[in-house]
Write a protein that binds this ligand. Structure first.
Ligand code: NDP
Length: 326
């Protein structure tokens, strides 16, 4: 038996419901490995789980992403060895832990040249940027796109990836400092959406045409402006709710605004296939190892201080990625 430090919650609510506990870990079961986790990725979805927007059976662990070292192999595990450096970003939930058992087939090996902390900040946010830009709406060089919260974890990766692909990314950001950061990572333009009229600025920046796609993870506060920024037959990609969920809508609103398309994608449906997930992760790690995409771990907290990390993320105090260190 191994002792693990874990973060759990017994009721939904604010960051204060997160409790730091000691748990006893059984030996890894069939198909599982035991991991000693060195860095845990903080993601906005963790807040949705904690506050009940995405309900979980309680009490619950929390967290979907971490990197670490394989410490022990359960029966039937092939292709992994004790000492391998690995990372993941899928359920089962419970990444906020010093040690855990995890299904071996969901792990990705972390190559030399990529630090554990980088891997923990990349798997979920980087694969999100990947599927948005390559699968939900496959961008092409020369296109202009609108990407909200461009200085956030997903945002800074998307800025760099878009630039690498020759795509002109118009970002939005909540402050001048965040706008500078997004510009330094490849955004072509940044709109300060707390003070500027987003749809009007997008029209100005696109010669009145609007954009073929809006990637919107802010939700409630940006919904209307996002639809109004689209060119006819444009695609609204609503992939998050940082400001709160979008109110129910009638499909009828999409017609007069230009025969628009709407999708509400989720990472897990895009990386369910192991071969595709491994290929996408390898491509992403390669871009990081070659310096094309810089990771941006700008906040680090001890795992025991996960509640403080949640508070900062929800208060819009963070930029780039945040990791929790067991
Ligand atoms: P971020 O680091 O981007 O943090 C969220 C950012 O949203 C904030 O920093 C803030 O930036 C902006 N924001 C705007 N309004 C608010 C508000 N009212 N409260 C809080 N933040 C606000 O987080 P992540 O990179 O972890 O995730 C980005 C988004 O993408 C999240 O909404 C997340 O749920 C979503 N997501 C969706 C996935 C999917 O597959 N559907 C997968 C991964 C992430 P600013 O101050 O510049 O406004």
């Amino acid at each position: 038996m191994t002792e693990a430090q874990v973060v759990r919650f017994h009721q939904t609510g604010g960051p204060e419901v997160l409790s730091y506990e000691t748990a006893t870990l059984a030996p890894p079961g069939p198909g599982e490995v035991r991991l000693r986790q060195t860095a845990v990725g903080l993601n906005f979805i963790d807040c949705y789980h904690r506050n009940g927007l995405y309900p979980l059976p309680l009490p619950s662990g929390i967290g979907l992403e971490a990197a670490g070292v394989v410490e022990d192999l359960g029966p039937g595990v092939a292709g992994l060895a004790v000492g391998d450096r690995v990372a993941y970003c899928l359920t089962p939930i419970g990444a906020y832990a010093s040690h855990r058992n995890y299904p071996a087939d969901l792990l990705v090996k972390v190559p030399a040249g990529v630090e554990d902390e980088q891997a923990a900040s990349l798997m979920l946010q980087g694969l999100t940027a990947w599927y948005l830009l390559f699968r939900t709406y496959p961008v092409t060089a020369g296109e202009t796109v609108l990407f909200h919260a461009a200085a956030g974890g997903v945002g800074l990766i998307a800025c760099q990836w878009a630039k690498h692909l020759g795509v002109r990314l118009i970002g939005t950001a909540g402050s001048r400092d965040k706008a500078e950061l997004a510009l330094a990572h490849g955004a072509a333009e940044v709109i300060l959406y707390r003070t500027e009229d987003v749809a009007k600025r997008v029209r100005e920046l696109t010669g009145g045409k609007g954009v073929p796609v809006v990637y919107d993870s802010v939700g409630k506060d940006t919904w209307e402006a996002s639809l109004d920024s689209l060119a006819p037959r444009g695609l609204m990609v609503s992939f998050g709710n940082a400001s709160g969920p979008v109110a129910p809508v009638s499909p009828g609103i999409l017609g007069p605004k230009g025969s628009l398309y709407l999708t509400r994608p989720t990472l897990f449906h895009y990386i369910a296939d192991k071969a595709e997930r491994d290929r996408a992760a390898a491509e992403m790690f390669d871009l990081v190892a070659r310096g094309v995409i810089r990771t941006n771990v700008r906040q680090r907290y001890a795992l025991a201080d996960a509640a403080e990390a949640h508070r900062a993320l929800e208060a819009r105090e963070t930029a780039g990625s945040t990791v929790l260190l067991p």
